[in-house]
Design a protein around this ligand. Sequence first.
Ligand SMILES: Nc1ncnc2c1ncn2[C@@H]1O[C@H](COP(=O)(O)OP(=O)(O)OP(=O)(O)O)[C@@H](O)[C@H]1O
Ligand SMILES: [Mg+2]
Length: 306
Amino acid sequence: MTTTPRDDPVVRKVFETYEPVVKRRERIRDPEKIIEVLRSEFKLVVKPYIVYLTIASFMNNRPVLYEGPPGTGKTEIGEAILYLWSGKTPFILPCSENYDEYRVIGDFHPAMAMAKGFNEESFIPRPLLAALIMGTGVLIDEIRRSSEEFQNMLLDVIDKRRIIIPELKKVYSQSGDEFQVVLTSNPLDIAQGELSDAFLRRVVRVEFKYPSVEEEYEIVRLKLGSLFGKLRDDDVLKAISIVNKLREKANYKPGISDTVTWLTMAALLAEARSRERVGDEELRQAGLSVLLKNPEDEELVNEVLR
Ligand SMILES: Nc1ncnc2c1ncn2[C@@H]1O[C@H](COP(=O)(O)OP(=O)(O)OP(=O)(O)O)[C@@H](O)[C@H]1O
Ligand SMILES: [Mg+2]
């Protein structure tokens, strides 16, 4: 039995609860147009292969797994593409070890369930079920931090595109193509577990890398806006070369947002000192506070900022 009509009490509850927090916009399905809008509206410079692979997977009803080093835009890019694909803001599920189906599919209000039983009235729908019913995207962040049990539960939902709630004797199925899933993971994070082969077989893996110098320059230009005028081209290029060195050698590997924050801070320091341009002093000061996050990097960071 498959139900998703609006007069179903759970469906009604989902819309009542979640509709107010879901923003809508025009759907975009053309990868070239998506790349353009990511840049102009979201200030994200995204490598075309990421967008093409993601859209091809969605067309195939397959989840994508974004893997790569920290701070390379996995979460923000996933969220933005899901938003553009379905025309609705996606739900974000930040994984942790004790994340379980009750937190993502649904739960029963304990007192109400005691009084009235395990029925629609005492049922509290959660984001994964809401996304399936409403036709919105889901971003499952840091999947490696979740338990194997949770991953198996997800596999079932992702494979069959439906959610069973045994207590209610109900099955909710995907209608349309808007319920799509992006998972993120950082395989270099040593605190994280392995993903099973069964899991990996079902996802399309998209590898994230650090941006090229040209891409990172463009990101800095986009994000700094009018502050960008306070920086010399040489300084921007020098900063990018320094973060790339640290990505190779340092314990704390600066992400894209570190480059942006560093140069924003340097520009604001110059502004606070009524200087027209950022000087070496501002670059160094801002650099130390943004790049030196691990005491073991002290010598290295001081050396590259010299
Ligand atoms: N391609 C990009 N274009 C523009 N900005 C970017 C890009 N990638 C990352 N950023 C900036 O870096 C910030 C961090 O990105 P995000 O949190 O999405 O990275 P992540 O890969 O999910 O990192 P983590 O592994 O730490 O979760 C974003 O808020 C964004 O401002
Ligand atoms: Mg992330």
